[in-house]
Design a protein. Structure first.
Length: 110
């Protein structure tokens, strides 16, 4: 099980993206994300432009938002945490945060 991404979020928590999740779940559901979106996904984790939100339905999940250049949309990256290590479970373009999500970390300014 290889990692395509292994990085830290702004809070210092480790996050990984498993190759199978990228291929089968993310790109499998949204083929247009195959080109150029892997870098965006990592940027969303490292420096979320819209902040990090706690999931409304899953207390161990965090949602990272990155503004998509040239669009009025965001890339949402959903990470499931077990302790201080998280695994990306989904990523997709969206118009806004989901109802009920609570801000747990502010947007990155740099």
């Amino acid at each position: 099980m290889g990692y395509l991404i292994e990085c830290q979020d702004p809070r210092g928590l480790n996050v990984v993206l498993v190759a199978e999740v990228w291929r089968d779940k993310i790109v499998g559901s949204r083929p247009r994300m195959a080109n150029g979106w892997l870098d965006r996904l990592e940027r969303a984790i490292r420096r979320p432009s819209y902040g990090i939100y706690g999931s409304a339905h899953h207390p161990k999940r965090a949602c990272y938002y990155l503004r998509i250049e040239g669009e009025n949309r965001y890339l949402k990256v959903v990470v499931d945490f077990r302790g201080s290590r998280g695994k990306v479970i989904s990523a997709f373009p969206c118009d806004s945060m989901s109802p009920g999500e609570k801000l747990i970390w502010p947007e990155s300014k740099d």
